[in-house]
Design a protein around this ligand. Structure first.
Ligand SMILES: C[S@@+](CC[C@H](N)C(=O)[O-])C[C@H]1O[C@@H](n2cnc3c(N)ncnc32)[C@H](O)[C@@H]1O
Length: 198
């Protein structure tokens, strides 16, 4: 990855969070076809049918549940939880003997996701504001860490992976769906904060 000054890192972070804030508050209209997009990524119709449509903004790039397979009683952390789609699916799978935590940098995402979880009666599923580069959770707390299309947005990926390792219980597992590149992107794209947000 191209190395960036602290100022450039801040500009990237600002552009990324501004974009998701505008999606969260619906200043940018979320994808009308969010459900179609999410189903095309391999999510099961029965999982999506069980959730209110506003939990899904159609922002994933794969389906971490294919590998994650949360089990009853497990503790699950979702990094960059958005409106809560993956946490709510995990919350159903782990049941009330388990727990699910979603972390997102934006208060607007966290507040809406908490409202949705509460409406669903999922008091074992909570959302907290924080950054994936500095996860606001104690060490060795989770059986499983999931994430859908978020780590690619970070300029500090090694830090994110160190943080994942820190919060996992010994023997814990990780299921990440994300975007990678097969070849180098043009330098002007890489240097443009607005190219980093999608
Ligand atoms: C592409 S969306 C994916 C949302 C969700 N995982 C989904 O599939 O619906 C990226 C999310 O990550 C959050 N985010 C971006 N950078 C973050 C960071 N450094 N720490 C925590 N959350 C971040 C955004 O606010 C947004 O909710």
């Amino acid at each position: 990855m191209m190395s960036l000054t602290m100022k450039q890192q801040d500009q990237f972070q600002e552009a990324i969070l501004d974009h998701y804030e505008r999606l969260s508050t619906e200043e940018i209209k979320p994808f009308e076809k969010a459900r179609t997009i999410t189903e095309s990524l391999g999510y099961r119709a029965e999982d999506l049918d069980a959730l209110p449509p506003e939990a899904d903004l159609g922002l994933g790039c794969g389906n971490p549940h294919e590998r994650a397979r949360p089990q009853a009683g497990e503790s699950v952390l979702d990094l960059g939880s958005g409106r809560g789609l993956d946490c709510l699916i995990a919350a159903k799978a782990v049941g009330r003997t388990g727990r699910v935590v979603g972390v997102d940098a934006l208060a607007s995402m966290v507040d809406k996701a908490n409202q949705i979880a509460s409406k669903q009666g999922f008091d074992h599923c909570t959302f907290i504001q924080g950054e994936i580069e500095s996860i606001p959770c104690e060490d060795s707390q989770f059986d499983l860490v999931i994430s859908n299309c978020v780590i690619n947005l970070s300029r500090r990926k090694p830090t994110v992976y160190k943080e994942i390792f820190r919060v996992l219980k010994p023997g814990g597992r990780v299921a990440i769906s994300d975007i990678t590149t097969k070849k180098a992107l043009p330098a002007e794209w890489v240097a443009d904060p607005h190219m980093a947000k999608t």
